[in-house]
Structure formats: structure tokens, C-alpha cells
Design a protein around this ligand. Structure first.
Ligand code: ADE
Length: 235
């Protein structure tokens, strides 16, 4: 796969700011109230943007990366709540595929998570990008455990055990967050390869709101190191 220009969607302002500081010849363009920074990162053309939270922001942001910036790949970093006992706070999950846990047309006869009248509702990440992400994690943050698996998204901060258990049981995901599957769907519609990389900030249960602030600073430092390493690997 030939990647000329990569779109990087970061979740947190501090994370995007730190990556932006590494961008050579930065140029800012604002669309849909989002600031897109184009330039050169690790010798490669890149566009760095913070989408804002939730699936609508994420979908709009990805569409702009496609239409206005003509990116050939999209990478999304951020944080997520763990859905699996073996995945702990600080670990990283790289997406194999993504689904939306809050897509519910069951009253219409569809399974939970299925988007009516779409060819698929489970969007697969690009295998080469997944491999590059895992390799980047192993090299840039070797002390951190890396998992690959399904990431589930919804417009919901999951912070109670009952909701967590229900999502984990129905979708079998490794972690839950609020943008990945929307970025994946928009990328899929535009035939753009993508990968989602998430650092686990909480266990998506009753302890979720407490763990988050303490985790943030460390997650940002890891994310910046691994995105730079990842971009440097792209052929
Ligand atoms: N992002 C980080 N933790 C999350 C959680 N528990 N639910 C949804 N999004 C998250």
C-alpha cells in the first residue's frame, strides 16, 4: 500500500498539541469548527486534527480528511475503557475491527449493532496498518502490553458494570470508546484504510470516572511516541 498522506485524529487537545509541535511546515485550516494542521511528520505528509467527542464529530472529521485533504489512510488515537479482564489500565488495544454498540434497530428485526441496509456493520482495520501499529507500540513503548482485537464504540461513557457486561457479552470487544467505529465507517465508505489505537484509561465500570484524570498525562506521552514511530514506518 502506498500512503502519501496520513490523517491523524487525536482525541485530546493536549495530545494533538504535542503531535502538532513535531509537525514541520504546519498550515492550519478550519472546517466544521475543527482545526486541521497539515505538514510533514517524520518525513511524511500528515494532517493532524482533534475531532471532538462522539460519533458525529468523528464521522464529520473523517469525511473532511477524505474530501478536503485527500488522505490515503486514517489513524485514530485516544483512550478507552477495558471490556476484558486481562486488559488493564495502561495497556494498548489496536483495532482489528469496530462495531457500534448503540446502533439499535432491533425493533425493526435487526441484531443489535447492525446498521440497516448497509453491506457491513463491522468495519475491518487495514492489516498492514494494524501490523505497523503493533510494531510501533513494541518499539516506542516496550514496557506497555499491546492487544489486537475488536473495538466497540457508542455515544456513551460506559461507567457501570451492568452496561459494561452487556456490551462485552453482545459484541465481544476488547475496549469501548466513543469515536472509533464512526471513523471506521466513514473511512470504509470512502475506501480509505484505517486503524484505531487506544490506551486503556479505565475499566468501564463503577471505578471508571475516578481513574481517568490520573491516567491522562501518561497516555498522551505514550501516544505521541507511538504515533511518530508508526508514521515513520509507513512505506
Ligand atoms: N473513553 C475512555 N473510557 C471510556 C469509557 N469507559 N466509555 C466510553 N469511552 C471511554
Amino acid at each position: 500500500m502506498m500512503i502519501r498522506k496520513i490523517g491523524i485524529i487525536g482525541a485530546m487537545e493536549e495530545e494533538v498539541e504535542a503531535l502538532r509541535a513535531k509537525l514541520e511546515h504546519p498550515e492550519k485550516m478550519t472546517r466544521a469548527s475543527m482545526d486541521f494542521y497539515s505538514g510533514v511528520l517524520e518525513g511524511r505528509e500528515a494532517v493532524i486534527v482533534r475531532s471532538g467527542i462522539g460519533k458525529v464529530n468523528a464521522g464529520i472529521c473523517t469525511q473532511i480528511l477524505a474530501d478536503v485533504f485527500h488522505v490515503d489512510a486514517v489513524i485514530n488515537t485516544g483512550i478507552a475503557g477495558s471490556l476484558a479482564a486481562q486488559i488493564d489500565i495502561g495497556d494498548i488495544v489496536v483495532s482489528t475491527d469496530t462495531v457500534q454498540h448503540d446502533m439499535d434497530a432491533t425493533g425493526f428485526g435487526y441484531d443489535l449493532g447492525v446498521i440497516p441496509r448497509m453491506e457491513t456493520s463491522c468495519f475491518e482495520a487495514d492489516k498492514a496498518l494494524v501490523e505497523a501499529a503493533v510494531a510501533a507500540c513494541r518499539e516506542a513503548v516496550p514496557e506497555i502490553k499491546v492487544f489486537t482485537g475488536r473495538i466497540v464504540s457508542g455515544d456513551q461513557f460506559v461507567s457501570d458494570r451492568e452496561t459494561k457486561d452487556r456490551i462485552a457479552k453482545v459484541f465481544g470487544g476488547m475496549c469501548t470508546e466513543m469515536e472509533g467505529a464512526a471513523i471506521a465507517q466513514a473511512a470504509w465508505l470512502n475506501r480509505i484504510p484505517f486503524v484505531i489505537i487506544r490506551a486503556i484509561s479505565d475499566k468501564a465500570d463503577d471505578s471508571a470516572t475516578m481513574d481517568y484524570p490520573a491516567f491522562e498525562r501518561q497516555a498522551i506521552a505514550h501516544s505521541v511516541a507511538l504515533v511518530r514511530n508508526f508514521v515513520g514506518r509507513l512505506a
